[in-house]
Design a binder for this molecule. Sequence first.
Ligand code: SF4
Length: 55
Amino acid sequence: MPDIKCTVSSCHYYRSKNGQEVCTAKGIEVNNMVERPAKTTDETVCKTFIPDVKA
Ligand code: SF4
């Protein structure tokens, strides 16, 4: 799986290593959040996000 850069530090799958912020999930699901094809990044969301209980 390719490296996934992610800055959502409150996610269970987030890790900061070697100066890089990455996702450690085996795979992620990203969904369209509007009733038409998304046109901006704000109209998409990572459904794999799980709140990190330590954050
Ligand atoms: S699951 Fe999604 S929100 Fe969480 S670290 Fe991975 S890409 Fe970021």
